[in-house]
Design a protein around this ligand. Structure first.
Ligand code: ASP
Length: 587
């Protein structure tokens, strides 16, 4: 038998290759027996080619073809021929040809596969994750990972062109405070001590600036032990960036250019000069610090109208210091749908949503609004410019509470009504975040971003006296209502850094114990610096139009942080624990 060497991929041959001899290798995607003829769709990473086994060409090969089953790996040698006109498949690059086989060799057999390798898959995700290597064979998955590769190449080449150096930082490190729980790794050589897997390379990249590297980036894995949702994974990849002597406008332009390169990979042109919006405005208009600006339906403030309204629940609430926020939407919902909307708001916590419905016949409203009187209702409708076929939804609560709930309702209505146009890519910088937020449970200030974020210079004087008002030199990059990155100009003075740690409730001893090395580093000539980290998985998910991060991470974990394929996490043998000086407690 002639030894076969692969000559072409399964996505390559066209009518121009007619008459050539080809050797293809790949997986049996499908076998069809047409009487004597056996047709096989042979698949590899590049595509599918139809190969045909004729009994008269080679009886052995033909006989063997009858035994081939799905996902066998085979090699075939044969001649490229044109298909008959009515058999041409215009959807395939190779659709005009087929290969008439003269020799077949089985390179590897396959057990019966647990689910078909096809894109319209209905198999449960758990089963697909258990057999991830099969799931990854699906053309859509192959395309997603090709895209991921191309995006990573585009990032590296762009950053290199701009003079950024990719420098790796350790995985076995000391805990960094990004707000999540750490994954810990016990030390064998120093029992009772632990490394933490980095939640991000934050401190290291800042120290690289102290070291004089000026422009750093890294495509880097980060680890956070959080409760997982569809858009979170315990290990995920960031495009981490830091520069010295930053000029925020110039830095934004660099990042916008990066996004331009990334989207170019998909042939998508995005408008440069992303708009900017300050945090307070984002909250007031969209009820979110990551507004989806692809559609309107912005929030409004009705508080003052209720202050002057007739005695009613909402007036009482306003007198108690609550605000009334609302939105007007082009919908005219029935009772049944309104109950669903109310239930949606209630599951966010607290009371439901009040509404006024305007029709050609007049208007109806829930009792607490009716009680506020017709003057108030007129004023609301006038301010909202609401006419027949529209409804006003309102929530009375503390400012943030009312805004975030309405923000969520706005998105829910958009989802129900299909307001979001496809193929729109709305980038937005959200700026001027507060530096701190108050954690009522722990009764202390916490950093909204992380404790290395610089306050706005003018606000330094009110750090202690009006902590909640201090603005941060922080920014988030938002795309279509998804936060795809965040960063800041950093504190580069050791004294200010120590002051911030103190404000966050860290004693001097604690600050020194945790970050002493960093505070020390800041004292040896630290350039002003700042940076950002972008969530690579999320960006690729949006570009690939995937539903979940699992569509763009080769070996992801489930919502319970389990790898169903390898079965991690898993118990270890006692000997391993002993070496680490660890005893487990069965509780
Ligand atoms: N380290 C930050 C994060 O992971 C990003 C940054 O400030 O550069 O969120």
């Amino acid at each position: 038998m002639q030894e076969m060497t692969r000559t072409h991929s399964c996505g390559e041959l066209t009518a121009a290759d007619e008459g050539k001899e080809a050797v293809l290798m790949g997986w049996v995607n499908r076998r069809r027996d047409h009487g004597q003829l056996v047709f096989i769709d042979l698949r590899d990473r590049e595509g599918i080619t139809q190969v045909v086994l004729h009994p008269e060409r080679d009886a052995d090969a033909h006989q063997q073809a009858k035994t081939l089953r799905s996902e066998f790996v085979i090699a075939v040698r044969g001649k490229v021929s044109r298909r008959e006109t009515d058999l041409i498949n215009p959807n395939l690059k190779t659709g005009e040809i087929e290969v008439d086989v003269e020799q077949v060799e089985v390179l590897s057999e396959a057990k019966t596969i647990p689910f078909p390798i096809e894109d319209d898959i209905t198999t449960s995700e758990d089963l697909r994750l258990k057999y991830r290597y099969l799931d990854l064979r699906r053309p859509q998955m192959q395309a997603n990972f090709h895209l991921r590769h191309q995006v990573m190449m585009a990032i590296r080449s762009y950053m290199d062109r701009l003079g950024f150096w990719e420098i790796e930082t350790p995985f076995l490190t000391k805990s960094t405070p990004e707000g999540a729980r750490d994954y810990l790794v016990p030390s064998r050589l120093s029992h009772g001590s632990f490394y933490a897997l980095p939640q991000s390379p934050q401190i290291f990249k800042q120290i690289l600036m102290v070291s004089g590297f000026e422009k750093y980036f890294q495509i880097v894995r980060c680890f956070r032990d959080e409760d997982l949702r569809a858009d979170r994974q315990p290990e995920f990849t960031q495009i981490d960036v830091e520069v010295s002597f930053p000029d925020v406008d110039a830095f934004f332009a660099v990042m916008e250019g990066l996004m331009e390169e990334v989207f170019k990979v998909r042939g998508i042109e995005i408008p440069r000069q992303f708009p900017r919006m300050n945090y307070r405005e984002a909250m007031d208009r969209y009820g979110s610090d990551k507004p989806d600006t692809r559609f309107g339906v912005e929030l409004q403030d009705f508080t003052e109208i209720f202050r002057k309204a007739e005695p009613s629940l909402f007036r009482d609430l306003v007198e108690q210091g609550k605000t009334v926020r609302g939105l007007v939407a082009p919908v005219s919902y029935s009772r049944r749908i309104l109950d669903e909307i109310d239930a949606f708001v209630k599951q966010l916590g607290g009371a439901g949503v009040a509404w006024i419905k305007v029709t050609e016949e007049g208007r109806t409203a829930v009792p607490p609004i009716k009680k506020a009187g017709t003057v108030a209702i007129d004023a609301i409708l006038a301010q909202a410019e609401a006419g027949p076929g529209e409804m006003v939804f309102m929530i009375a609560a503390d400012r943030n509470d009312a805004l975030t709930k309405l923000g969520a309702l706005r998105l829910e209505l958009a989802r129900r009504e299909g307001w979001i146009p496809p193929d729109k890519w709305n980038f937005l910088w959200v700026v001027d975040f507060p530096l701190f937020e108050f954690d009522a449970v722990e009764n202390r200030w916490t950093s909204l971003h992380h404790p290395f974020t610089s306050p706005v210079a003018e606000d330094l004087s009110i750090l202690e006296s009006d902590t909640g008002k201090v603005r941060a030199r922080a920014y988030d990059l938002v795309l279509n209502g998804v936060e795809c990155g965040g960063g800041s100009v950093r504190i580069h003075s050791s004294a200010v850094q120590a002051q911030i740690f103190k404000l966050l409730g860290l004693s001097e001893a604690e600050a020194n114990e945790k970050f002493g090395f960093f505070l020390e580093a800041l004292q040896y000539g630290t350039p002003p610096h700042g940076g950002i980290a972008l969530g690579l998985d999320r960006i690729i998910m949006l570009l690939a139009r995937g539903q979940s991060l699992r569509d763009v991470i080769a070996f992801p974990k489930t919502a319970r942080a389990v790898d169903l394929m390898s079965g991690s996490p898993s118990p270890v043998v006692d000997q391993q624990l002993k070496e680490l000086g660890i005893r487990t407690r069965k509780s």
